[in-house]
Design a protein around this ligand. Structure first.
Ligand code: ATP
Length: 315
């Protein structure tokens, strides 16, 4: 590897997500639950910087960085290795993750890292995969990874990895109540199973939800927000009941647990309303951090692919 190669840095940004609806079906023979979900990418991001290196390594900074593993279980590292194996690349990479999305927060932060790492390494190594080839690798890494590549608003079926875009309009304003301690997704699914008295029905999405998204109407969207994992998440983290009540008291149009939690997402009617809900939620002191975000936002994208200034390219 030349010194110049080692100075090549690719910077990719990928969004976190909220689940506007999460309907969980019966467990399948492979152990996964079939589900139907509506993802929306929001303006809370993971920034991944990739630089060629002899081996594979990852460092992490930013929000809740201490909770992220830097060994081979790190999803971004697994993504880089998967791309190297499948494209027969014999180069390595040094990854740096700057986290904006909470860890184990139900917002797909690790999935965003994986999607961003796939794209960053594809550019860094010049493997030039098509988006659908990247999406196939993404699905191998985790059910939420393909969505972090595509972003915007989409219906996910299967494990959540089979996506179809939702042609919505407008911008929605969300208030996020973050917790310092995450919830492990498998435990929340186990609790979902334990709570079922009888057989679980096949999941469906409401037509009214899709119309509300198409119209870009937060008031029509509010009664359609639903999360079948919420009761299980609240069982495991009872303080979430207080967060949901505080969001309602703060005047949100509606509030739900995002994905497997513990992040609570509250819907506002616009920017000023979101700020007011956020202020009141902060005052209620039920969350470690309260943020205002918007959605939908784009999926993983290259922000910069740059060679170090000390080593300009040939004239
Ligand atoms: P999802 O909603 O997709 O289930 P999540 O947002 O709840 O995911 P993540 O932040 O993606 O949760 O991380 C889940 C677990 O994965 C963490 O507890 C952590 O141990 C592990 N992990 C592996 N790689 C990463 C990464 N790059 N960032 C965050 N967590 C990671």
């Amino acid at each position: 590897m030349s010194t110049r190669d080692s100075e090549h840095v690719v910077h990719v940004r990928a969004p976190g997500k909220v689940n506007l609806a999460l309907r969980v079906g019966p467990a399948r023979p492979d152990g996964y639950h079939g589900l139907v979900t509506v993802f929306q990418a929001v303006s809370l991001y993971e920034d991944v910087r990739a630089q060629e290196a002899p081996g594979f390594s990852v460092t992490v900074s930013g929000r809740q960085a201490a909770a992220v593993p830097t060994d081979d279980t790190n999803l971004a590292l697994r993504a880089a290795r998967l791309l190297a194996d499948s494209a027969a690349v014999d180069k390595g990479v040094r990854l740096h993750l700057t986290k904006g999305v909470p860890t184990a927060g139900g917002m797909g932060g690790g999935s965003a890292d994986a999607a961003a790492a796939l794209l960053a390494c594809d550019v860094l190594w010049g493997t030039g995969l098509a988006r659908d080839e990247l999406a196939e690798l993404a699905a191998e890494l985790g059910a939420d990874v393909p969505f972090a590549l595509t972003g915007l608003t989409a219906v996910g079926t299967g494990r959540g990895d089979v996506l179809s875009p939702v042609l919505g309009r407008g911008t929605f304003h969300w208030v996020l109540a973050l917790q310092g301690t995450g919830l492990p997704t498998p435990a929340v699914f186990r609790r979902f199973d334990e709570r079922q008295a009888g057989p679980v029905a096949e999941p469906v999405l409401s037509h009214d939800l899709m119309s509300a998204l198409r119209a870009g109407d937060p008031r029509a969207l509010a009664p359609e927000l639903v999360n079948d994992l919420q009761p299980g998440a609240v069982d495991l983290a009872p303080q979430l009941g207080e967060v949901l009540a505080a969001a309602a008291d703060a005047g949100a149009l509606a509030q739900i647990v995002s994905g497997s939690g513990p992040t609570v997402v509250a819907l506002a009617s616009g920017h000023a309303h979101a700020q007011s809900v956020a202020d009141r939620l902060r005052a209620a002191e039920v969350a470690d951090e309260v943020l205002v975000v918007t959605g939908p936002t784009q999926g993983a994208r290259v922000l910069e692919s740059m060679r170090g200034p000390a080593h300009p390219g040939p004239a």
